[in-house]
Write a protein that binds this ligand. Sequence first.
Ligand code: PEP
Length: 251
Amino acid sequence: MSRRPLIAGNWKMHLTLSKAIELAQTVVTTCGKCTDRDIMIAPPFTSLAAVVATVRGSSIHVAAQNVSWEKEGAFTGEISPIMLNDLGVSMAIIGHSERRQLFGEDNDMINRKLHAALGAGITPIFCIGETLDDREAGGTLSVLETQLRKGLEHVTPKQLTGAVLAYEPVWAIGTGKTASKEQAQEIHGFLRGLLTGMYEKNIAETVRILYGGSVKPENIDDLMAQPDIDGALVGGAALNAESFERIIRFR
Ligand code: PEP
């Protein structure tokens, strides 16, 4: 089955309000009416509302970089999926390796966040990835399988339909090192196989699996030519309008 490619930009903790609006405007100019690919941008929370307003009327999706598993209450500093939905945010990055490594998020928390997002109508971009130590110890596949199974615990086939998974090897994030197209395809094929076993083939086929880790204009075409790579989650190169435009216009 054909899955519509998704090119997603994670702006991390970058850009003040005016710079975020400016960059969002360039993305709208580049691909605001594209129908053959989906584009998502994930600004910091402080710019979410303004970026939603900037892309209104276009086909660009806006995502949060994180979400609480709670609906509301005494949770200082947290943002609930209901609040995001209310703002017009349609997606949320969940389980990014920086959240796992720097902010102590574990598979259980990530599972709770996935359920909260799904319950509020927010499409999760569920990130998994192995560290360099995992890879060198030969543990890549088992680490990924654990992250996938635990993250998706009690997620129903209906909820999984149309969800987005991102394979982001931690050793490739922000390092300039990219997994080769063969390495990435091997893992994406493995993950789709796992999803097929956990759900059904026709459900697994609807899940878009993005690759993330030093994606740039120079490697996007090769990555996107792989059968199980359905898009990219882009960090550094998404902050530069020209680079992100070239990535959006992958060939
Ligand atoms: C990311 O943060 O998800 C990412 C892939 O970053 P970069 O493209 O900078 O490696």
